[in-house]
Write a protein of this length. Structure first.
Length: 205
């Protein structure tokens, strides 16, 4: 099966997760595991946006610094950031010092606080029904989907920035809304199935 790699530990992994120690840990312990909670999902959404144009390994290595800089991604705290915090973040060499992305992260936190039902319910309403089987090759893993396109449109309507269909799909992969580990990968499927899509998703398709 194309796209798998067996490591020195004898475990078959999706090839992208078989490289550096950071990738292996992230692949084995986090990627594709269901994530809930507004702060946790806001962190993933923010990091996916910062990753745009960069390698995910860069973001993983800077993740501890990001957590310090953004108060552990506590939505209420980040939503209250002002000009002094923006200046602090722009001067922080431990994170990605991109003004547009930093301003988007703050704006997105404010957008989360304004959501009528919270970020968790909104994002998970776009999760598709579980597949009957995992992708067999990397060629079967899409970059976007109808659900991620609908998610991105909805988030933009609520004032979110730096969230296009590709970023939305990467978020869905990372947080277990879709299971894109390849068939044969040692990581088990999610322990519980994600909910099906909301009626809003079907309408926006």
């Amino acid at each position: 099966m194309s796209g798998l790699q067996t490591g020195a530990d004898g475990l078959a992994r999706c090839a992208w997760g078989a490289g550096s120690p950071e990738y292996r840990q992230y692949h084995d312990q986090e990627w594709g595991r269901p994530v809930r909670g507004d702060d946790a999902l806001y962190e993933r959404l923010t990091l996916e946006a910062f990753q745009s144009g960069l390698s995910w390994l860069t973001i993983l290595r800077k993740r501890p610094a990001f957590r310090v800089a953004f108060d552990d991604f506590q939505v209420e705290k980040v939503a209250g950031y002002g000009s002094a915090d923006l200046a602090r973040l722009l001067a922080d060499a431990g994170i990605v010092r991109n003004r547009a992305k930093i301003e988007a992260a703050i704006a997105n936190a404010r957008a989360v606080t304004a959501l009528p039902a919270g970020l968790t319910d909104l994002l998970w309403s776009f999760a598709p029904p579980p597949r009957t089987g995992r992708p067999r090759t990397t060629a079967e893993v899409p970059a976007t989907s109808a659900e991620s396109t609908a998610m991105a449109k909805t988030l933009k309507r609520y004032g979110f920035r730096f969230v296009g269909p590709t970023t939305a799909y990467a978020l869905m992969q990372a947080t277990g809304m879709v299971d894109d580990h390849l068939a044969g990968c040692h990581v088990p499927p999610p322990s519980y199935p994600p909910p099906g899509p909301s009626p809003a998703v079907a309408v926006m398709r």
